[in-house]
Design a protein around this ligand. Structure first.
Ligand code: ADP
Ligand code: NI
Length: 219
């Protein structure tokens, strides 16, 4: 177990806040802040996990986003440099980079890598912020940022080409519920995250129900 270093956490918070402030696609500082809170909640029941690794990985997981960059390794370099400059142990850095590289959802038909306990916690914490009321808000914000239609009954949801759809204006935000958001509850790794996910899942179903009622002019 690595020693928890408060100073390194505090410096990383300042760095991430500065770097992500004003980001409008759903990866602003407040996303990181919420994921951090989710992770701390999950850590309460996952006693064997290394808290230092989980918190650093959460704080740095969206410092550079593959959906907005052509260079997938840029984030890896940024994180390595930041942590090396702070004197973090090389083994911890490799673990954190590995978690960040594998945290993201790449589509229902893409098999994800087996994660360490710390990786599972970071992934669950991040995915919780993609569902429920906040997740709905983020999906529409993201869709708007990419120029997607909110809904179009003529475009059917499709589990293929997730990555391509995420990067472009293809697909609709309502379809994104079926291509990702409603699939996440079953994919949660930890029990405590799954419990929270179930409540948020119900809320999304309720939301979609009302959305279609209004769309059809009956509510
Ligand atoms: P996370 O930070 O949880 O890994 P992503 O980076 O995949 O999430 O995406 C950021 C936010 O944008 C999430 O809330 C996600 O659901 C949303 N999003 C991603 N792709 C789409 C899409 N094609 N349409 C609408 N929202 C999307
Ligand atoms: Ni995230």
């Amino acid at each position: 177990m690595n020693k928890y270093n408060q100073e390194i956490i505090d410096k990383t918070i300042e760095y991430v806040k500065k770097t992500l402030s004003g980001e409008s696609s759903g990866h602003d500082w407040w996303h990181i802040f919420r994921v951090w809170k989710n992770a701390k909640h999950i850590l309460q029941t996952e006693n064997d996990a290394d808290r230092f690794v989980v918190e650093l990985a959460v704080l740095l997981h969206d410092i550079q986003d593959w959906k907005f960059s052509n260079d997938e390794l840029e984030g890896d370099r940024i994180i390595k440099k930041w942590l090396l400059d702070l004197g973090v142990d090389k083994k911890i850095i490799v673990h954190i980079c590995d978690i960040v590289a594998n945290v993201s959802y790449k589509g229902a038909d893409v098999k994800s890598k087996i994660l360490t306990l710390e990786g599972k916690i970071v992934q669950d914490a991040d995915r919780l912020d993609a569902i429920g009321a906040i997740g709905i808000g983020r999906a529409f914000a993201y869709g708007g940022n990419k120029g997607k239609e909110m809904h179009n009954p003529e475009i059917k949801s499709d589990l293929h080409d997730y990555v391509e759809k995420s990067k472009s204006n293809k697909g609709t935000t309502i379809n994104h519920f079926y291509e990702k958001l409603l699939l996440l509850t079953d994919l949660m790794n930890t029990k405590s995250a799954k419990n929270i996910a179930k409540k948020r899942h119900k809320f999304m179903e309720l939301y979609l129900d009302q959305f279609y009622r209004e769309w059809n002019g009956v509510a």
